[in-house]
Design a protein around this ligand. Structure first.
Ligand code: A2P
Length: 349
């Protein structure tokens, strides 16, 4: 890792963008220069990078010359517009939005699960949905050992998944309620404070939400295995940071709960936190700000021959977004893949 890179964070004023800057700094990412970009509204603002401050620059189509690597977290529309310009300028993009995830030209990568998919990148690499990331980190070792046939997942997702505005909405509503004021809903269709919304992203033709279908389609792409069936229900809960998931898997071959605990405790990126007798199980509040995917409540599903239940928690802004993106960047560097081989792959986008 001796190449010193120029790295850009696009969406640097947002919740994930700020965490990306922090993660690059904390992990001592070998960058000679880090630049921060956001919309024209934020040009000239300051964002922290370790003990330094960076001046935010306006994102424009021609800024990418001389930048080796850009991590984007500025939403799908911005990514669709600007990532192809970056790739054409020879800048490798790791994008946190949903814009490129199902595009065949773009690997969808969780470094603990499918780093080999990076080898064929053409300039844009997609970071999966936060709920998918934490689930596949925990399930890949089980899939490799006993082959998962079906996954049934229900999520309990934090408001930071909606960005800074989600965090502010929950804060504002709690303050309003405690001060006897009627809370206003600006970001979510209903009050999120002291409530649960079984609705994340838009509803689709099949009555699932887009978030739920992301979990289905992204899991198959990451596992590279269409035989794995997935069904999901995604809910927004009044938690600031950390997504939780109740996950049931049915497997081809038997794995006991004890075997699963041993296997997962040896698996990369996973921390088994599971001792019911001592009321030890993962929760979002104590694990916010931590890197691993925490797995607890591991039990055999007694309603089927081969099945497991578990409870999976991770910081959605960290492993679910910024950390995974920076880990992708680290893997690209380690495999000498910080280069765009075909600058025309996104010529018509
Ligand atoms: P800005 O603060 O200038 O609007 P979050 O997900 O927390 O809402 O953050 C979204 C991030 O994406 C912010 O940094 C935001 O910048 C950035 N962003 C949104 N639209 C654009 C755009 N058109 N060009 C560049 N950055 C954008």
């Amino acid at each position: 890792m001796d190449k010193k890179l120029t790295v850009a964070v696009v969406g640097a004023t947002g919740a994930v963008g700020r965490e990306m800057l922090k993660t690059l700094f904390d992990r001592n990412f070998p960058a000679a220069k880090v630049r921060a970009f956001a919309s024209a509204r934020s040009a000239g603002k300051k964002v922290p990078f370790g003990s330094e401050t960076l001046i935010v620059e306006e994102l424009k189509e021609d800024v990418f010359h001389g930048i080796d690597l850009a991590v984007f977290s500025a939403g799908g529309t911005t990514s669709l517009k600007f990532s192809p310009h970056a790739a054409r300028a020879g800048c490798v993009v790791v994008d946190n939005s949903a814009a490129w995830r199902m595009d065949d030209r773009c690997p969808l990568v969780v470094p603990e699960v499918n780093p080999q998919h990076l080898e064929k990148h053409q300039g844009i690499i997609a970071n999966p949905n936060c709920s998918t990331i934490q689930m596949v980190v925990a399930l890949k070792p089980i899939h490799d050992a006993v082959k998962i046939k079906r996954i049934v997942v229900s999520t309990y997702q934090a408001v930071s998944g909606t960005g800074q505005k989600g965090v502010e909405e929950l804060e504002r509503q709690v303050r309003d309620l405690f001060n006897g004021r009627e809370p206003e809903n600006k970001v979510y269709p209903f009050r999120i404070a002291f409530n649960i919304l079984p609705h994340i992203d838009v509803f689709l033709e099949n009555d699932y939400t887009k978030e739920e279908m992301k979990m289905v389609n992204e899991t198959v792409k990451i596992f590279d295995d269409p035989s794995v069936k997935v069904t999901a229900t995604c809910a927004r809960v009044p938690v600031f940071y950390g997504h939780s998931e109740s996950v049931n898997v049915e497997t081809e071959n038997k794995m006991t709960a004890k075997e699963a605990r041993i296997l997962l405790s040896r698996s990369p990126g996973v921390s088994v936190y599971d001792n019911p007798r001592e009321t030890m199980y993962p929760m979002p509040v104590p694990h916010a700000g931590e890197d691993p995917v925490f797995v607890g409540r591991i039990r055999e599903d007694e309603s089927v021959a081969n099945g497991l239940n578990m409870w999976i928690v991770a910081d959605n802004v960290r492993k679910g977004a910024a950390l995974n993106a920076v880990q992708i960047a680290e893997k690209l560097l380690a495999r000498d893949l910080v280069a765009v081989r075909d600058k025309n792959a996104f010529a018509s986008d």
